[in-house]
Design a protein around this ligand. Structure first.
Ligand SMILES: [Zn+2]
Length: 218
């Protein structure tokens, strides 16, 4: 194909020519720091998240270090219109993730603010999460959560108004008796996951929240 000839697919790290379905070559893939978390057991992400909210289980695929390949991959996914990288990251997740007897029964993605969605043109989590939903046969919702306030608009408000609208995420429907898996790209401060988890816990009946991210800050 002419397109492949003009724009051959290259490894994100070493620039070597690679199969058009891949994002890095085999050698560079070996350089990625995978977390080797077990979803059903205690691990670094679960420990961190537990300080902020009651998290049932947690899994991070990679470690997000400065200048690392994991960082490069996620930046391409988010800021360089390479939405399909989500599929590659999902394949790696499927290779390494085993829910054992802790399989969640609903997946929800962290929503983008509508303004950001318009700028970017896509939510970087959708392809990734859809692949996991398909493989593990877990129903998914991209609209269970809604992003309500833009942080800039938030800053202009007086303190009273800010308190009223403290949570930037809202649950769009009440859920009950579920083990929900929340999906995000990078876990850094944990603010996003924590805000969402409390919103869910405070507005639902008997819902457990687990967390899955592409990478976690170390
Ligand atoms: Zn390479």
């Amino acid at each position: 194909m002419i397109f492949d000839f003009l724009f051959p697919n290259r490894c994100l790290d070493c620039n070597q020519l690679i199969d058009k379905r891949e994002i890095v070559c085999e050698i560079c893939k070996d350089k990625i720091h995978f977390s080797h978390h077990r979803f059903s057991e205690n691990n670094g992400l679960k420990e961190k998240a537990s300080l902020l909210f009651p998290v049932e289980n947690a899994f991070s695929l990679m470690l997000y270090e400065k200048e690392s390949l994991a960082q490069k991959i996620i930046q391409q996914l988010k800021y360089n219109h390479r939405e399909k990288i989500g599929k590659n990251i999902a394949e790696w997740t499927i290779e390494k993730l085993n829910f054992e007897d802790k399989k969640p029964d609903l997946i929800a993605t962290v929503p983008l603010h509508p303004k950001k969605l318009k700028q970017r043109g896509y939510n970087q989590l959708h392809i990734f999460a859809n692949e996991l939903s398909k493989h593990f046969q877990i129903p998914i919702s991209h609209s269970l959560l809604q992003r309500t306030k833009h942080s800039k608009a938030q800053a202009k408000k007086d303190q009273h108004e800010r308190l009223k609208t403290k949570n930037a995420y809202q649950l769009t429907e009440k859920i009950r008796d579920k083990h929900l898996l929340l999906i995000d790209d990078v876990y850094t401060t944990g603010n996003t996951s924590s805000n969402i988890a409390w919103e869910i816990i405070n507005n639902s009946d008997n819902v457990k929240v687990s967390l899955l991210v592409m990478a976690m800050d170390v």
